[in-house]
Each structure stands twice: as structure tokens, then as C-alpha cells.
Design a protein around this ligand. Structure first.
Ligand code: PLP
Length: 514
């Protein structure tokens, strides 16, 4: 140990016994937090300025006591945390975080493997490959598929659509990018008008394709894409000399959980020679359920599928995933080389390189927490959890339809459910004339937004609004592995109480229509 001979040498590691007791203390804090997860305030009481003030401190010049450092968890962080792990957190599409994820991330960090190249991460690379193969099998996707774990669904979509673009025939985008002087016409990408996801805008921004690349395809009343309209649009664009290169279908859409007619869309894509990408960040894993499998018919024909383990597989952030039917296309799109990246002589002690399958070079050991959770629950355990979430959404739909002060807006396909607080007086008034309807809608937009804002402030539950056909409505994304039917009953009752109260207050404020 040459460094220990020098008394001035800074030894940055803790003595082993100190590390052990500090680690036990950290586990105790985490375990105490999880024991209370059903009862915590879901959203903190603090304002944005107050939270900023808690962490407003100068850069530490001198090192601090390690125990004081980790105690920030209970003293500074927990009181200002939104608890995505709570059974009554229903915003966006945010997974709840499995216990195995917590342990998996700690173990992955302990090894500090960089899952970019095989040599730096032999076990991590093989675990990621195995996990991808499991996911592919679980959702009934191509057995020969490859893929990569990403930071999230957005980067999975970026990776898929970059691959689609590079695979577009006629143009060697590898050499010339978008600046090929031979190219004429605009690249075109298609998604549905109501439920197409905002991350696709991010993708075309990053790829510098321009927002006009996105063509919005009309959807049916059930919010699924009209495949016949898609077919016509692609044909028209081709006739104009444009370059349709990708269709993005939804498998579980963001506002209502709709699943596009994947089989019909696959057929259109095949006819036109266009890459078929399924954005299943919300819902691809629903294909694990035999009772839902028919809705996913055609998924197996997709060129690529995004799924997001940090959403409906409840894995702790971050963990997104892209599966690609022909892994060679992914490799072609992302392979780069430099002398320092590889040895010269062939050897058995090297293998698959994830840095050649996606945008990142250095990458963490994301697969471990997912691999461990799949082992812990098993496919059957996961199916049970997915079913429980779907049951909660179906139960909420039943409550809404049985109440005259709430309005159902769609069938609950999976676990995402949007609906509106709309007392009967208002609905009767809306029938009278278009003008009345417009006034009632404008009022209910404000009322539903206030209900969401107010329930957030109570800390009892956290949900947001969204827009359905331009109207502000309540939306619950029920993708916590901890949510029960009793949570849904309690939240529904609270929404009704708040709705009545806020409507009365609005009457006092003269905001009301009545
Ligand atoms: C959440 C979501 C994304 C983006 O995924 P992130 O993990 O948030 O980056 C993309 N598409 C759909 C349908 C989503 O629900």
C-alpha cells in the first residue's frame, strides 16, 4: 500500500467498519420512510422559494461529517419531496419505485460498472441483454429483437426514430446527414392527432427535422388512429415527392390509455415501406396480460417498440427501454469507432458493446434493478400488479358512471382514466344552446382545474388535469404498485367534496353559471 506510507496522502474512503455502520443507518432511514409511505403527505406544503432556501448554501470548502451528510435525507430532502411512491400519487405517468430497485441501484453503484463497452462491464452487459430478451418475450415481441435500456421513453423514441431515419432508403444519412445535396422533399413522420405524444416533438427537435415533419393523423371517437386516413396521407405525401419514413403508434396513450389499431397500421407501413414504431412508454407492458393481448395484435410486426420500465413496471428512475426487431439496424445507426475503444487482436474476452447501440457512450448499470424486480415478482406477480391497476381504473369508471355529478369521457382501456366533474345543473344548462354550452364548458374548465390544484394542496392525493377535445378534465394515472380500490374510493369521495365546495365558493365569487 504505497499511499499509506505517506501521512499527507488523502485517503478518501471510509474505514470499512464506519462504512458499514453508516450504510446500516442509511438503510434504517429508507426503511422508516417506506414504512410510512401510505400515510405521508403526497405533495409537500413548501413553496418553490422555500425549497430553494433549504438548499441555498455555499460550496463546502472543508469536508463534513459523513453522518451529517447522509442525514440530509430525513432533515432536508424528505420534508420537501413529492412522494411518487405513495399509493395516492396519480400524476403524469410516474412509476412508484419497487423495493428491489432501491437495492439494485445501491448494488449497481457499488460496482460502478460502465455498461458502455463489454470490457468495462461483462456481467452488466449480459444482464442487460438478458433483461431485454425477457421484456421482448413478455410482451410477445420478436424473439430475435435487440435493444437498449435508455434514460427514459423520450430517449428510447429518439433512438428509434434516429434509426428509422438512418434506415430510410435512397439516402446515406450517415455521411451527409440532412445536408445531402441530392435529397429533395420533406421527411414525414405520422402520429395520431389527439393522443400523439409530446416527446415526438422533442425527437424531431433533436434530430433537426423541424416540427412540420410531424403529420397528425385523424383519430376515431375512441381516440385511436384512423389507419385508412394514415394510408391516404402517406400516399398523398409520396405523390408530392415527400419522404414518409416513420409512423408512431400509441400502445397506451397518455390521456386515455388508448391502443392504436397496431395490426392495421403495420399493414399500411409495410405497403409503403415505412418504419413502424410503437410508442408503448405508457402501455406496451399491458401485452403481458392474456386478457388484453388481442388489443396488441400487430405489436409483433413493429420495427421498434418503446417501453418504459420506470412507468408501468414501477422501476425507480431512470429506466427506459427500446426494443428493435432487427438489431443490426440499431447497430448500423449508432456504430462508431476510435482506436482507444478497442484492442487490436481478437480475443474471447470481449463481447457485445452497448455504446454501439444507442446515443450514450458511458452508461450506468440500469438493468440490475429491473432484472432483480422481474425475478422478485416473476411474470405472474407483475401480471397481478398490472391487473390491479387496470381494476382500479375500471372501478373509478364505475364510480363516475354511477354519479350524476361526474362525466365519463372514455372507456378505461388500461390504467389511465380521464373524466370531468360536471354537476347535473350545468349539464342541463349546456343542452340549451351552443352559447350556453360554451359558457358551461369554460366554467367547468376552471372548476376542474381548481379541484386538481386543491387536492394537491391537501397532500391527501396528487393528480393533475389534462385536455380532452380542448376541455380541462381530471386525469388519474393509476400506475403505483401500492394503489388499492380503497385508495380509489377515498380519492373519488374527496374529489366530490372538493367539487361541491369549490362550486359553492365560485357562486360566492360570482364565477358560477347557475
Ligand atoms: C412518458 C412517455 C414518453 C416519454 O417518456 P420519458 O420516460 O418521460 O422520457 C413517451 N411516450 C409516451 C406515450 C409516454 O407516456
Amino acid at each position: 500500500m504505497p499511499s499509506s506510507n505517506n501521512p499527507d496522502w488523502f485517503n478518501p474512503d471510509l474505514p470499512p467498519e464506519d462504512f458499514r455502520s453508516l450504510g446500516y443507518h442509511v438503510v434504517d432511514m429508507i426503511a422508516d420512510h417506506l414504512r410510512r409511505i401510505n400515510d405521508v403527505r403526497v405533495f409537500p406544503e413548501s413553496t418553490a422559494d422555500e425549497v430553494a432556501a433549504v438548499f441555498d448554501e455555499p460550496v463546502p470548502d472543508q469536508g463534513q461529517d459523513p453522518r451529517a451528510v447522509v442525514n440530509a435525507f430525513t432533515e432536508q430532502i424528505l420534508p420537501h419531496t413529492t412522494h411518487l411512491g405513495s399509493p395516492r400519487y396519480f400524476a403524469f405517468v410516474n412509476g412508484s419505485g419497487t423495493m428491489m430497485s432501491i437495492l439494485g441501484d445501491a448494488m449497481a453503484s457499488a460496482l460502478n460498472m460502465n455498461t458502455g463497452g463489454w470490457k468495462a462491464s461483462p456481467a452488466a452487459t449480459e444482464i442487460e441483454k438478458r433483461t431485454l430478451a425477457w421484456l421482448s418475450e413478455l410482451i410477445g415481441y420478436a424473439p430475435e429483437a435487440g435493444g437498449i435500456l435508455t434514460s427514459g421513453g423520450t430517449m428510447a423514441n429518439v433512438t428509434a426514430i434516429a434509426t428509422a431515419l438512418r434506415t430510410t432508403e435512397h439516402y446515406d444519412l450517415m455521411a451527409h446527414g440532412l445536408q445531402d445535396p441530392q435529397r429533395t422533399g420533406h421527411f414525414r413522420l405520422y402520429m395520431s392527432d389527439h393522443e400523439g405524444h409530446v416527446s415526438i416533438k422533442r425527437v424531431v427537435d433533436l434530430l433537426n427535422l423541424g416540427r412540420e415533419t410531424i403529420r397528425l393523423v385523424p383519430s376515431h371517437p375512441d381516440f385511436t388512429m384512423d389507419a385508412a386516413a394514415l394510408d391516404r396521407m402517406i400516399a398523398e405525401d409520396k405523390a408530392q415527392g415527400d419522404l414518409p419514413f416513420c409512423v408512431v403508434a400509441q400502445a397506451g396513450s397518455i390521456n386515455v390509455g388508448a391502443i392504436d389499431p397496431l395490426d392495421a397500421i403495420a399493414h399500411v407501413c409495410e405497403q409503403h415501406g415505412v418504419w413502424f414504431h410503437v410508442d408503448g412508454a405508457c402501455g406496451a407492458v399491458g401485452a403481458m396480460l392474456p386478457e388484453k393481448r388481442a388489443l396488441y395484435k400487430g405489436l409483433e410486426k413493429a420495427d421498434s417498440v418503446t417501453l418504459d420500465p420506470h412507468k408501468w413496471l414501477y422501476i425507480a428512475y431512470e429506466c427506459g427501454c427500446l426494443l428493435v426487431r432487427d438489431p443490426e439496424k440499431l447497430h448500423r445507426a449508432f456504430s462508431v469507432t476510435a482506436s482507444y475503444l478497442q484492442g487490436i487482436l481478437p480475443t474471447e474476452r470481449t463481447g457485445f458493446q452497448f455504446f454501439e447501440r444507442g446515443p450514450q457512450m458511458s452508461r450506468g448499470f440500469r438493468a440490475l434493478k429491473l432484472w432483480m424486480t422481474i425475478k422478485h415478482y416473476g411474470a405472474e406477480g407483475y401480471r397481478q400488479l398490472l391487473r390491479q391497476n387496470n381494476l382500479c381504473a375500471a372501478h373509478l369508471d364505475t364510480l363516475v358512471r354511477a354519479s350524476d355529478d361526474f362525466e365519463a369521457l372514455h372507456e378505461p382501456t388500461l390504467y389511465i382514466y380521464s373524466f370531468r366533474y360536471a354537476p347535473p345543473d350545468y349539464r342541463t344548462r349546456a343542452q340549451r344552446s351552443d352559447e350556453d354550452r360554451a359558457e358551461v364548458d369554460a366554467y367547468l374548465d376552471v372548476l376542474n382545474q381548481r379541484i386538481a390544484d386543491t387536492i394537491q394542496a391537501t397532500g391527501f392525493a396528487f393528480l393533475m388535469t389534462t385536455q380532452i377535445h380542448g376541455r380541462t378534465v381530471l386525469r388519474l394515472s393509476i400506475c403505483s404498485h401500492r394503489t388499492t380500490l380503497a385508495d380509489i374510493d377515498a380519492v373519488f369521495a374527496k374529489l366530490r367534496t372538493l367539487g361541491e365546495m369549490l362550486d359553492r365558493e365560485a357562486a360566492l365569487d360570482n364565477l358560477t353559471m347557475a
